[in-house]
Design a protein around this ligand. Structure first.
Ligand code: SF4
Ligand code: SF4
Length: 374
């Protein structure tokens, strides 16, 4: 099982798609009785309880998460020293990575770092100077011996040219990534759709960009024999190539990838913190292998691409923050992504047949924090 360990609810950035949206979303539509707004800002349970909980599952994988988890460096070290997890991972904005000793950084199986593309775009969403500091830190941890997977985790919205930015992330001289994941900022807030330009952007920029990107991805396989880890494309291709009949929610939220709140309560996914109706137990007495499972319901269960999409997002499905009309635009992006991968399959199969690439090149650690369906 996979668990996001939410170490703190605080962050040292005020990103456009998170902080500004939250300010505009004060009238969230959740009542006090539904959401516990008074969660401790920092973990307040005994890490021995986490150790006991995790030891009941020999395959327990812990991902440090926040807010910004590196605000809690002492707790990270304490957990890594005392909890017997199969792997540790972290999802971070990267700003404090230089402050954690290498002996801990180098034990991370995977680091997901928030980078939205090139310097101009990343700084536009996240603040001036952020890109440079993060990239300097990534160079430093590589120099200091980090050999695990580094995933550029992009949040994408209207200022993003997806084709240009993903290509830049793998092709630049500054710090070329080999793993990229992106998540659409869509369907997570209540009031944003009406003031945004999502419809035009998704139709005129994002969807055509994904078609071009999928072609670029397969071209790279053809020319260089390399399967780049573009997670949304990789995850869908992996399912199609292996003949998987039905994919459950691909982030694993609610059935194999849960989140542990700062007070020790377990929720289906980190975004569902405080949603009391969805508490699934407490690490003090829950068995990690016997947690209740929660699945997406309609409209996903009635959708033609449900078996391959998996439902995109449990939080969005449960809360329905966007109207059905608005959310259908998101579903159009999902269908376009699936079709773009399907269109590349004949070429991919030929390349596998010729031995230019192999089926194993499409393997990845599932539920590693990449939601697959953006
Ligand atoms: S495309 Fe949309 S409706 Fe269909 S399964 Fe995915 S998220 Fe659900
Ligand atoms: S995709 Fe949705 S359900 Fe899955 S982890 Fe993200 S917010 Fe949670």
């Amino acid at each position: 099982m996979f668990f996001h360990v939410i170490l703190t609810t605080q962050c040292n950035l005020k990103c456009e798609y998170c902080y500004s949206e939250a300010l505009d979303d004060m009238d969230s539509g959740f009542s006090e009785s539904q959401v516990d707004y008074s969660l401790p800002t920092k973990i307040n349970y005994d890490t021995d309880a986490l150790a006991r909980f995790c030891e009941a599952d020999p395959d327990c994988v812990l991902t440090f998460y926040g807010g910004e988890p590196l605000f809690c460096m002492d707790e990270i070290k304490q957990i890594m020293d005392n909890v017997k997890a199969k792997h540790f991972m972290i999802q971070t904005n990267g700003l404090l990575l230089d402050r954690l000793e290498s002996k801990y950084v180098n034990r991370f199986h995977t680091i997901l770092v928030s980078v939205d593309g090139d310097e101009e775009l990343t700084d536009c969403y996240r603040g001036k100077g952020i890109f440079k500091k993060v990239i300097d830190n990534l160079k430093l941890i590589r120099r200091n011996g980090f050999e695990g997977e580094l995933i550029a985790r992009m949040t994408v919205m209207e200022q993003t040219d997806i084709y240009k930015q993903v290509k830049w992330l793998v092709n630049n001289n500054e710090f070329p990534f080999t793993s990229v994941h992106w998540q659409l900022n869509a369907g997570f807030w209540k009031n944003d759709f009406v003031r945004r330009d999502f419809k035009r952007w998704s139709q005129e920029s994002y969807n055509p960009g994904i078609i071009k990107l999928a072609r670029f991805w397969v071209d790279k396989m053809e020319k260089e024999g390399k399967v780049l880890k573009f997670y949304p494309l990789l995850g869908v291709a992996n399912s199609l190539l292996s003949g998987e009949e039905k994919s459950l929610l691909r982030c694993g939220g609610g059935w194999t990838n849960y989140a542990i709140q700062t007070d020790g309560y377990i929720v289906p996914c980190p975004t569902m913190w405080g949603m009391k109706n969805h508490y699934l137990g407490h690490i003090q007495d829950a068995n990690p292998l016997k947690l209740p499972k929660v699945f997406v319901t309609k409209p996903c269960t009635k959708c033609k691409v449900f078996n391959i999409c998996g439902g995109r997002c449990l939080y969005a499905n449960v809360t329905q923050r966007w109207s059905p009309e608005a959310y259908s635009l998101v579903c159009t992006t999902v269908k376009n992504l699936i079709k773009s991968v399907e269109d590349g399959l004949p070429r991919i199969r030929r390349l596998i047949g010729k031995g230019r690439i192999s089926l194993e090149d499409f393997d990845y650690m599932k539920y590693n924090g990449c939601e697959i369906i953006p």
